[in-house]
Ligand binder design. Structure first.
Ligand code: PHE
Ligand code: CO
Length: 290
């Protein structure tokens, strides 16, 4: 969904130029952010920081700290890239919005995270349908400072290119959805959030951990590749990893046998619980529109 100002014409937005390079990258134009835009970031940051201090995974909170992603304004990608490249060799590249799949995977495979740089409008403060700089930078970038998670993201990029060749992207995309975007992790203190789609959402940060409605099930690659997901509401099922190492080790092997097996296994609806599932919590199933 393209942002449309009142009056029906598209205002020029330095953070969403019409012209992009072949790899869809643009420049962030950090100096062009207005004080209002920095202030909107600050208010989004402060709200989430408060909610997440005892809900987010410790590695996510450590990443915010390490990269100095803070309330003081929309981060300058040049500064973030200095920090990130020293820690894990990753870079953030600015893009105007969602990019074609092959381009997206190629960036990840080369340790480049494509991030939007425009910030949501004030009337989208609580909910925006597409990624903006708050979702991408606050949600995704902190864990790119974690070496194991960073390796997982790179491997996912390579796996994406392969899935494109094999025609199995619908299956692989579920893995990204249920881990990178909506993943939970088990810790000695209880379940914690590491998924970017959750940490950048006030409502889902509470819902994913505290609501009785959704299922919370143990992570299992083949099971997960079969599981459809919903993009228009909070999740009916969250998958729980034990560690980023478990996630990485389980996803590193060639997926071809999984893809072969999936041809004869039925897809699973988002709310399904199987006898073989490791159940952390079984949801009441009364997921309503939020
Ligand atoms: N090993 C996967 C494959 O062969 C690639 C992958 C790695 C996918 C990590 C996701 C995450 O397709
Ligand atoms: Co995202």
């Amino acid at each position: 969904m393209q942002t449309q100002p009142e009056g029906g014409f598209t205002a020029p937005n330095p953070h969403r130029p019409a012209e992009t390079a072949a790899d869809f990258t643009i420049t962030q134009a950090w100096d062009a952010y207005t004080p209002e835009e920095h202030d909107r970031w600050r208010r989004l940051f402060e709200r989430q920081a408060e909610i997440l201090k005892d809900r987010a995974a410790p590695e996510f909170l450590a990443g915010l700290d390490a990269l100095a992603i803070a309330a003081d304004g929309i981060p300058d990608f040049r500064r973030l890239n200095d920090e990130l490249s020293r820690r894990t060799g990753w870079q953030i590249v600015a893009v105007p919005g969602l990019v074609p799949e092959a381009i997206f995977f190629d960036h990840l495979a080369h340790k480049r995270f494509p991030s939007t740089c425009f910030i949501r409008r004030e009337d989208q403060f609580d909910y925006i349908q597409e990624p903006d700089v708050f979702h991408d930078v606050f949600g995704h970038v902190p864990l790119l400072s974690n070496p194991v998670f960073a390796d997982y993201m790179q491997a996912y990029g390579e796996g994406g290119l392969k899935a494109l060749r094999l025609g199995t992207l619908d299956q692989l995309a579920r893995l990204y959805w249920y881990t990178v975007e909506f993943g939970l992790i088990q810790t000695p203190q209880g379940l914690r959030i590491y998924g970017a789609g959750i940490v950048s959402s006030e409502g889902e940060s509470r819902f994913s951990l505290e609501s009785a409605e959704p299922n919370r099930l143990g992570f299992d690659v083949r099971r997960l590749l079969r599981t459809r997901y919903r993009i228009d509401d909070f999740q009916e099922t969250y998958f729980v990893i034990d560690s980023y190492r478990q996630l990485f080790d389980a996803t590193l092997p060639d997926f071809t046998p999984h893809y072969e097996a999936l041809k004869t296994l039925p897809e699973l609806e988002p709310g399904t619980v199987l006898d073989s599932d490791r159940v952390f919590t079984r949801g009441t199933g009364r997921v309503k529109r939020h």
